[in-house]
Design a binder for this molecule. Structure first.
Ligand SMILES: Cc1cc2nc3c(=O)[nH]c(=O)nc-3n(C[C@H](O)[C@H](O)[C@H](O)COP(=O)(O)O)c2cc1C
Length: 391
């Protein structure tokens, strides 16, 4: 697809539809799906949709400034591209495209442990750009520590430890689709791949993606019934606050913890010395029935009490969603599927289109709310829940 073609996508949902048409079912579902009945996945979106705004008028919004800071350094938009594993199954080395798009838009890129592009490959692709490394805590502690050391040597500015995945969530779409890494050449998969020739050709030319950061790690022993369950077996389910303190000491730099939804956990993380938390439920891919992230945000903010930064992710599909999250008190949002849809639809131009859409919608929503700068996105923009309503 050429760049003008992708510019005919006007919303993240348009990009999602293009990704759906280009990808085999198993790959699309890998990105799209959540755990079990996908209650939390839907709830993340529903929480955004429940919020109503009280726009200010007559505020001279002829120019608007979307810049902000996170961890003390500037961002062009209050947004980061969050960590998503296995992007290469949708677009060869899709993480490189995501990192380049992040660079073009002046926002950090968070590289997943489970990426199909290595720590070093990404650092070389966007020299000097702000990169964060997302660590999963593997059973093989030495391997985890080596990953963290590699991230430091490659110049990553922050370490994001994801803590909502002691075991893999039960993602039934992957099981039904026979989706695993490496691909299983079942009749269903081969038939699905054959129906998507543009995707199949790109994969054939690039070779089957590899989780490059995990090369050398011993494969899980049991046979796989899906990517998630197989990857989940690598994680250290005994990981706790004390072990996190050891990771903090080994890293020594900015530490962000992702996957927090409770006040007591936030308090302990503040005391542990972390610099920011991400209110996240892994995009509804882990505990099904877990609280929507936007609903958990006030509790975490109250516990953080301004001592650390609070970011949020889950369900951001519109620029106005960013206004809502910031009005509730988040410092910035992370996007997962929004940019994934873009990169899977059209590689780098698709990833850029996703950011372009979100940036344009954010800019427009800020003007329509009478907010000329990020600091003017304040709680009074939000309609308070009516007493007795299910807020
Ligand atoms: C396909 C996919 C892969 C993901 N892989 C990771 C990962 O490797 N590490 C991680 O911390 N979170 C991962 N996540 C969760 C995202 O970082 C983020 O929390 C979530 O996608 C936010 O919800 P959204 O997709 O609605 O924006 C993944 C999410 C998706 C959709």
């Amino acid at each position: 697809m050429n760049a003008s073609g992708i510019n005919r996508a006007f919303s993240i949902d348009d990009l999602r539809e293009r990704a759906r048409r280009r990808l085999p079912r198993g790959v699309f579902d890998l990105y799209e799906g959540g755990a079990e009945d996908e209650l939390t996945l839907r709830e993340n979106r529903a929480a955004f949709e429940r919020i109503r705004l009280r726009p200010r008028v007559l505020r001279d919004v002829s120019s608007v400034d979307t810049t902000t800071t996170v961890l003390g350094t500037p961002l062009a938009l209050p947004l980061l591209i969050g960590p998503t594993g296995a992007v290469g199954f949708g677009w060869p080395h899709g993480e490189v495209a995501l990192a380049r798009a992040a660079q073009q838009f002046g926002v950090p890129f968070v590289l997943s442990t489970s990426a199909t592009s290595s720590i070093e490959r990404i650092a070389q692709a966007v020299p000097g750009h702000r990169l964060w490394f997302q660590a999963y805590i593997l059973k093989d502690t030495d391997f985890t520590l080596r990953l963290i050391e590699r991230a430091r040597l490659a110049g990553y500015e922050a370490l994001m430890v994801t803590v909502d995945l002691p075991v893999g969530g039960k993602r039934e779409r992957d099981m039904r689709n026979d989706f695993s890494v490496p691909f299983r050449w079942t009749a269903r998969n081969v038939a699905g791949f054959a129906r998507k020739p543009a995707w199949a050709l790109a994969q054939l030319l690039a070779g089957q993606p590899v989780l490059e950061n995990l090369v050398g790690l011993e494969a899980p022993k049991t046979s796989t019934s899906g990517l998630v369950s197989s990857v989940g077996r690598r994680y250290d389910a005994s990981f706790d606050f004390e072990a996190l303190a050891r990771i903090r000491d080994a890293w020594g730099g900015k530490l962000v913890v992702k996957g927090v939804v409770r006040d007591d956990d936030t308090e302990r993380l503040v005391r542990l010395g972390c610099d920011a938390v991400v209110v996240s439920n892994h995009g509804g891919r882990q505990l099904d029935g877990g609280i929507a992230t936007l609903d958990a945000l006030p509790e975490v903010l109250e516990a953080a009490a301004g001592r650390i930064e609070v970011l949020v992710d889950g369900g951001v599909r519109r620029g106005v969603d960013i206004v809502k999250a910031l009005a509730l008190g988040a410092k910035a949002v992370l996007v997962g599927r929004a940019t994934l849809y873009g990169v899977c639809a059209a590689g780098l131009p698709g990833a850029c289109r996703a950011l372009d859409i979100l940036a344009d919608e954010l800019n427009r929503s800020m003007r329509l709310c009478g907010a000329r700068q990020i600091a003017e996105i304040t709680p009074d923009l939000i309609v308070a829940a009516a007493p007795g309503s299910a807020a």
